[in-house]
Write a protein that binds this ligand. Structure first.
Ligand code: PLP
Length: 977
């Protein structure tokens, strides 16, 4: 028995020495694929090459590259069906998404009728994206954020598994606010730890999950839930471990949970027990990672568990609840293998005549961390040929260690396994049973990229029949960050297989398939891997013939964003050509010092931006920044009919009107998505998608530096100066941070947003601006006491007076918002913008607001749009300033204030203060008072009033004798929940 910290753990415990077992004595043994370890549709064909779902592993590696996760869909779905049958109702099987989830897998799970256990907003978002039935989703987690709980309730998830007292209160409040009764389970820590080789019935409860049974916390949690009218307790939950091979642990857990049911009946009566109709015994069902693992079949294990619960209930005279479970590994694990290519082989002398063979492959701890983390054991085989290469004879088995390519000596994929001494670089190795907790725990350490794609194959089956089999490949290939339009969602949702090609991709490239969508063609891996395949003409008539003359692009500036744009243009030329319908050629790059850019093709570099702009180019991409001389170059380009793509917010905020007019006159395009909120597609939705709606408000966090500083002040309690120093050290703030911290950057962005949203020219000088320099730690603390946080917001509003006159308010200043507000959860350097439109309602745009690659994504998107217009002869949207609304001065803009005062502790003070408010026509929404020795702290929150009236009120109050000090004054947004 081995001791370890209590709580879920995704591996067994193996002593190192026997991981490899005895040396195989024949090549047949060396090449054997044990059926219980390898995916069900995997076999070694007579040519010695392994086929997965009938597909030759060499073909998979050629098509998608390695390292490659290959999942057999048939295997996955069959295991779903087996668990569904064992539990006697598919809905009682909650597939644990943490093992492995992407939208395609969520669809498989939904199709088999199973439920889904998610434990983060990201997993929930993937499920929603796959349109997983929300009533079959169970939300787990020991620290669900407010935003996650909110999202779960909004999504209408079937069950939330409660894990702390805080969470009970938070969820009760959220459900009440939404006017729903949320069904919940209470997670009980039963004092049982079970793993493959160990089972501890009296395990200490020193762990972060659930409510302890022994201490009485579980019973107290039930009491609190029963006291919350917006929550309905429908059962109890317990999860005891992972890789469990027998029912002993489940038996003790079930007995203890049933014991709790009996106690609850005593305390709350039999009606409650009728209501508690489910016991969820969690996951943990073991699988065979090697031939030495012998888990019982699911049906056997679950029948035994059900029998145990039945007996326990009979003994306690309780009705028998339904038994639910949450298998993750047992469904996802066995049907997946990881393919690696051998790169190097090294024999290292260990002394005393011993040596170890290190076989290095092209992945490692970035795709499988379980070996490094838990000493997990795996079965690894040579799969691209047989060990004896079809020449039966002696093949020596060498005890080998398969290691990855990462800068870490713990980067071990398989600690000990037997591989043939004939193994050579270029051979393919496969590691079995990597479907669970590998991709889902993967990292991009050393910038090793992760990417997913799925593909259906028509294959020759092992039995000789031609069949359609599906296997899906998740390939570690390139980092792809996708910021996006998410309505109350998470970025992760979009990170996960947005590039899914669809189950028709492979045969879709064949013209005989008829209709082929552009999306499929663009994303089709087979196309990209067949040089010269090009775009099939007339394939469904969707893709137009490619123009031969290139679209020529001038790039001005090659800093962080510019160099990324240059890289993408130079390396992704084929892909861009396919998207645009013509080759896209980088004609030149203007930089201040060409000799400082040895990494770029020298013939493209020039120091003369003006000359480059005037040369024979179609599109000018400007990433230099600043007003002059850039303004002159861009006006020249536009007047000559060249389209312009720029991220220059300062220029647009000051001279956007002039540039737009020049573009309109010549018929050129002016695109500037990258000027606001980096990668987030925000301007295009405002300009195009919402062009038919009436936007009433755009409010958001558009400056990452200030958001980082305020988030850090909120979490650490540190002062502004200390936090700014830290932000500068970490590279979040520039050496001269004034453009950010004084709000200039955000004001430029507010001007651009307001112009687009309200069809009115708004310049940076029209925007009221206050930065964060004056924010103190006590402002942050005051906000915290009100369950609020401070953010620097850009707020653009359509203000309508009583007589119906409309105007635009655009402002940037620090604001206290409730911690439950969607923007409150946006931390660090992220950006988020909240848009309200009359018909569309509320929309949230969230993602990376800065950085080379994210911003380059926005620039490239604009470039493709401008280039497509050139090829097709169309034009992008023009400036729309027809509304020409007046800009409202800040003093007349309705705002709300939070004022914190240090006042004398004597009667009548409140009346005096209230009188001043009344005199200025400002009505008070809430007052709080706190006594501290001879002084008292008075906190006043107002209703909406003109900003000037509020300012005057504060001025006058500060002069009252009874007011010692005005401690903090800040504007507030959002209603307290
Ligand atoms: N349910 C809960 C609460 C868990 O913590 C886990 C794993 O950590 C699972 C289910 C899934 O476990 P497995 O994949 O071992 O079946």
């Amino acid at each position: 028995m081995c001791a370890h910290p209590a709580g879920p753990r995704h591996a067994e415990v193996y002593p190192h020495a026997d991981q490899a077992g005895f040396p195989p004595s024949t090549s047949e043994e060396l090449d054997r694929l044990y059926p219980k370890v390898w995916p069900r549709n995997t076999y070694r064909a007579p040519d010695g090459v392994v086929r997965i779902a009938g597909v030759d592993v060499r073909e998979l590696a050629r098509t998608y590259g390695t390292p490659l996760f290959v999942i057999d869909e048939v295997d996955f779905k069959a295991r779903c069906a087996e668990y569904a049958e064992a539990f006697e109702d598919p809905a009682l099987v909650h597939y644990a998404a943490k093992a492995f989830l992407c939208t395609e897998v969520a669809r498989w799970v939904a199709e088999k009728g199973l439920s889904l256990d998610v434990c983060s907003g990201g997993e929930l978002a993937v499920a929603q994206r796959a349109q997983f039935p929300p009533e079959r989703i169970t939300f787990h987690g020991n620290n669900k954020s407010l935003a996650e709980l909110e999202a779960a309730v909004e999504a209408g998830v079937g069950l939330v598994v409660l894990d702390s007292y805080y969470e009970i209160a938070r969820l009760a409040e959220i459900a009440q606010r939404h006017g729903v009764v949320q069904q919940v389970l209470v997670r009980v820590t039963v004092g049982v730890e079970a793993h493959t080789h160990e089972f501890i019935a009296t395990a200490h409860e020193d762990q972060k999950f659930g409510f302890s049974l022994a201490s009485g916390d579980a019973a107290e949690a039930v009491r609190r839930v029963l006291n919350s009218p917006s929550l309905k307790l429908v059962g109890l939950h317990s999860h005891i471990g992972s890789q469990i091979f027998d029912t002993d642990g489940f038996e003790v857990a079930a007995r203890r949970v049933v014991g709790l049911l009996a106690e609850l009946r005593k305390e709350h009566g039999p009606e409650l027990i009728e209501q508690l109709s489910v016991i969820d015994l969690g996951g943990g069902f073991g699988i065979s990672y090697t031939d030495r693992d012998n888990p019982p079949p699911p049906a056997q294990m679950i029948t035994q568990i059900r029998e145990i619960v039945r007996k326990e209930c009979a003994f306690a005279d309780l009705p028998v609840p339904r038994i639910a479970g949450e298998p993750g590994r047992a469904i996802a694990g066995p049907g997946t293998v990881t393919l690696y290519e051998v790169g190097t082989i090294k024999d290292v002398t260990l002394g005393e005549g011993t040596s170890r063979r290190y076989v290095s492959v092209d992945g490692g701890m970035s795709d499988n961390i379980r070996t490094a983390l838990y000493d997990a054991a795996y079965d690894c085989r040579l799969v691209s040929r047989s060990s004896d290469d079809g020449q039966p004879g002696e093949v020596k088995a060498v005890l080998s260690r398969v290691v990855g390519k990462h800068c870490e000596s713990g980067d071990i994929v398989v600690r000990d396994c037997w591989l043939p001494d004939t193994l050579a670089p270029g051979d393919l190795l496969a590691v079995a049973a990597t479907g669970a907790y590998c991709y889902s725990m993967a990292s991009n350490y050393n910038k090793q990229p992760l990417w997913s794609r799925s593909v259906t194959e028509i294959t020759d089956c092992c039995c000789g029949e031609r069949r359609t089999r599906t296997c899906s490949a998740w390939r570690c290939r390139e980092a792809r960050m996708v910021g996006g339009v998410v309505k109350r969602g998470w970025l992760d949702a979009l990170l996960c297989d947005t590039d899914r090609v669809g189950p028709t991709s492979r045969h879709a490239v064949r013209p005989r398939q008829g209709r082929v969508s552009r999306k499929v063609l663009e994303g089709c891996p087979a196309l990209r891997h067949r040089p010269g395949a090009g775009v099939p003409q007339g394939a469904g008539g969707v893709v137009s013939e490619r123009r031969e003359s290139p679209v020529r692009v001038a790039l001005l500036g090659c800093g962080t964003v510019g160099s990324e744009v240059a890289r993408l243009l130079l390396n992704g030329a084929d892909e861009l050509a396919a998207r645009v319908g013509a080759p896209v050629e980088l004609a030149g790059i203007a930089v201040r010092r060409p000799d400082k850019h040895p990494e770029l093709p020298q013939q493209l570099l020039t120091a003369d931006a003006g000359e480059l702009v005037e040369s024979d180019v179609d599109i000018v991409v400007e990433l230099i920044g600043g007003i002059e001389p850039v303004r002159g170059w861009l006006l020249t380009a536009l007047r000559q009919g060249k389209s312009v793509v720029t991220g220059n917010k300062a220029l647009l905020a000051e001279h956007g009107g002039e540039l737009s007019e020049a573009a309109n006159d010549s018929g050129a395009d002016l695109y500037y998505e990258a000027s606001v909120a980096g990668a987030i597609p925000l301007l295009r939705p405002l300009r195009e998608s919402l062009a038919g709606d009436r936007i009433t408000r755009v409010m958001g966090i558009v400056n990452g530096t200030t958001n980082f500083i305020l988030s850090a002040m909120d979490s650490t309690g540190a002062s502004y100066a200390e936090t700014l120093e830290e932000a500068t050290r970490l590279g979040y703030a520039e050496a001269d941070p004034s453009a950010d911290v004084e709000g200039y950057d955000a004001a430029s962005k507010a001007a651009i947003l307001a112009s687009l949203a309200f069809h009115t020219r708004v310049t940076a000088s029209d925007v009221y601006r206050e930065g964060i320099v004056g924010i103190t730690a006590s402002d942050i603390a005051a906000a915290k006491r009100l369950n609020r946080t401070v953010k620097l917001l850009a707020i653009c509003e359509r203000v309508t007076d009583e007589d119906g006159t409309e105007s635009v308010s655009a402002r940037v200043h620090p604001v206290m918002i409730p911690r439950t507000h969607q923007l409150a959860g946006v931390g660090g350097a992220f950006n988020a913008v909240y848009v309200e439109a009359e018909a569309a309602g509320e929309l949230m745009f969230y993602g990376q607001g800065a950085g080379g690659a994210p911003t380059a994504s926005a620039v490239l998107g604009d470039l493709v749009a401008a280039a497509r217009n050139r090829v097709a002869g169309g034009r992008g949207p023009r400036e729309s300033a027809h509304a020409a609304l007046p800009v409202r001065p800040m003093g007349q803009t309705p705002t709300r204030y939070h004022i914190s005062l240090d006042v004398a502790d004597r009667p009548g003070v409140l009346a005096q203060v209230a009188q001043v408010f009344a005199a200025h026509g400002v009505s008070i929404a809430a007052v709080r008072q706190r006594d501290e020795r001879s002084t008292a702290r008075l906190v006043v929150v107002t209703h909406l009033a003109p900003d000037a009236a509020l300012e005057a009120t504060v001025n006058e109050i500060s002069k009252l004798d009874v007011v010692r000090e005005v401690l903090s004054v800040m504007r507030v947004e959002g209603e307290d929940s």
